[in-house]
Design a binder for this molecule. Structure first.
Ligand SMILES: [Zn+2]
Length: 370
């Protein structure tokens, strides 16, 4: 018995040596980047924010409000898991990690000084702030080649294998420097697909107006992205969800929370699909982040921009077969949004500095054990 136990232990040791060895190789073959426009640290890390709720409750106590009844719990961990059960209960526990919880000594910051959307997306997608050139949300063509375009060239992919789907129409102008380089579908824009049900959804988007002329409901963005993923198997996919920002600008905290809860269900659907596919299972790195933060106090939660000091703080989650980190980052060096492009490339063993020598460097902590 003792002898058998001994050989069993030896087998286990050998097996784990093999696992360590396998980890030295990069498993990533596909990348998925997801952004949740202006989604605050407070909700991501702490769920329902009672300070915001207090500011919005004009009559009665906050305890009587539907939001409190639905989302309140006595710790940040429980509240955020009520809001995003899949993200916190499964994804961050078993498969990935998240940086940016400043209470734990982890900070993610923008390097651009504008702290609104176009400069944020451009920093993420090009690896550098260009504050003098990119200083509005106007529809101007990105003056720099993006990481999406660079990867298409390096991996010799066709136009369908690098795709971006966005709720906000301006993202169409951010994701590519060269028009038509990648598949881009953004804002209220028809999406043609062989599946009749997707075609129907494409028509419906125009009949389900939002309060904003240039931001469609995230469900369309997500469903088109999923249809594209299933039919064309892209190697690089970018999904840019937008409603979290716009409902906040409108002061609709209830909708912000609903959208985060819905986004959590999208992440579950996406994850389950990836796990069911040979091409994607254990070969896909997912990076989830945000273009800017927003205010932390009761009136300022709605807004962002350079007058709101807290808006420079963001967060970043990574799920990858090539990163062993799990859960929240604790007491780590500050990381910056300009490192994201190079980090994505690093997962594919591609050196992003070839595209932009001034871009932020890959986030080293992701490739260490903890
Ligand atoms: Zn905004």
């Amino acid at each position: 018995m003792i002898k058998r136990l001994g050989s069993f232990t030896l087998t286990v040791v050998l097996l784990s040596a093999l696992v360590v060895n396998a980890n030295a190789q990069n498993k990533t073959e596909n990348l998925i980047l997801i952004t949740l426009d202006g989604a605050r640290l407070q909700e991501i890390f702490g769920g329902l924010d009672v300070e915001v709720l207090k500011g919005l409750t004009e009559e009665g106590t906050i305890e009587e409000t539907p939001l409190y009844k639905k989302y309140w719990a006595d710790t940040a961990e429980k509240r955020r898991e009520k809001l995003m059960p899949f993200f916190w209960g499964v994804l961050m526990k078993q498969h990935g990690s998240i940086a940016g919880n400043r209470r734990l000594g982890s900070t993610v910051e923008l390097t651009n000084k504008h702290w609104f959307s176009y400069p944020g997306y451009s920093e993420i997608l090009t690896g550098q702030a260009h504050d003098e050139i990119i200083k509005s949300n106007d529809k101007i063509r990105n003056p720099n080649t993006t990481v999406l375009e660079f990867l298409k060239r390096k991996l010799r992919l066709d136009v369908r294998q690098v795709a971006a789907f966005a709720s906000w129409d301006v993202i169409d102008w951010v994701v590519e420097h060269e028009v038509g380089a990648i598949t881009s579908n953004a804002g209220f824009e028809a999406y043609q697909h062989p599946d009749a049900a997707i075609d129907e959804l494409s028509k419906l988007q125009f009949e389900t107006a939002t309060p904003w002329d240039n931001v469609r409901h995230d469900i369309y963005t997500f469903r088109f992205a999923m249809a594209h993923l299933k039919t064309y198997q892209p190697r690089v996919l970018y999904i840019a969800l937008g409603e979290t920002d716009d409902w906040a600008h409108n002061g609709r905290y209830d909708r912000v929370l609903q959208v985060l809860e819905r986004t959590d269900a999208y992440l579950r659907q996406l994850w389950e699909f990836l796990q069911s596919q040979e091409q994607y299972k254990n070969r896909t790195t997912i990076l989830i982040t945000v273009d800017h933060g927003r205010g932390s106090t009761a009136p300022q939660w709605k807004t962002h921009g350079k007058k709101i000091a807290e808006a420079k703080y963001t967060w970043l989650a990574v799920v990858s077969p090539d990163s062993q980190r799990r859960g929240e980052w604790v007491n780590t060096e500050t990381i910056f949004a300009n490192q994201i492009a190079a980090t994505l490339c690093r997962f594919l063993k591609i050196d992003y500095s070839e595209n932009n020598a001034n871009a932020g460097k890959p986030i080293a902590q992701l490739f260490k054990d903890n």
